[in-house]
Design a protein around this ligand. Structure first.
Ligand code: NI
Length: 185
């Protein structure tokens, strides 16, 4: 199993629309397992393929405390939705940012499992929110798109600054290391 790189906002890859999985085969199952491992590694409860820069409609979710109740959704789609409620959300692609967005309370949905079997089910609470959030990812949409443009602009600036800072620190550390190595000679 491999840990994949998770794209961070504002990476343009997060805006790509994923295409349907035609046949659920071994490569699809391997991607699903890698995505699950990546999600666990980052302490997330949901991950969509778009976030690891793969444009196939595949989602992994695990809401359990012990990380042992994985749900794999291939080609997930919402059939009906009912009610609206506030949801406090974060996202592995928008690090350390949380905000409230409106989501449907109850949904019915259809997907294929890892064997390609078509399943219809219903969800409410956290699972309902999570499925809506992840399907948005497959369509190139982020939860921060529901915020006001001003709030989003501010957030983008903050994250770009953060990323720049991290890059700089990394570079300085590397330069220091190279210097140290030179002395060892
Ligand atoms: Ni997300």
């Amino acid at each position: 199993m491999a840990i994949l790189e998770v794209l961070h906002y504002p990476d343009p890859g997060l805006r790509k629309k994923a295409v349907s999985v035609e046949t659920v085969d071994e490569s699809c199952r391997i991607l699903a397992k890698d995505m699950l491992q990546t999600m666990y590694e980052n302490n997330g409860i949901g991950l969509a393929s778009t976030q690891v820069n793969v444009q196939k409609r595949l989602v992994v979710i695990d809401l359990s405390e012990d990380k042992n109740e994985a749900i794999y959704l291939i080609n997930p789609e919402i059939l009906t939705s009912e009610g609206t409620g506030e949801s406090q959300e974060g996202c592995l692609s928008v690090p350390e940012y949380y905000d409230t967005v409106m989501r449907a309370e109850r949904i019915t949905y259809r997907y294929q499992d890892l064997e390609g079997k078509v399943i219809e089910s219903e969800a409410d609470g956290l699972l309902s929110v999570c499925i809506q959030h992840e399907i948005d990812h497959l369509d190139g949409k982020l939860f921060i798109d529901y915020l006001s443009p001003m709030k989003r602009r501010r957030l983008r600036k903050k994250l770009e600054k953060q990323e720049k800072q991290e890059k700089q620190e990394k570079q300085e550390k590397q330069e220091k290391q190279e210097k140290n190595q030179a002395k060892i000679l």
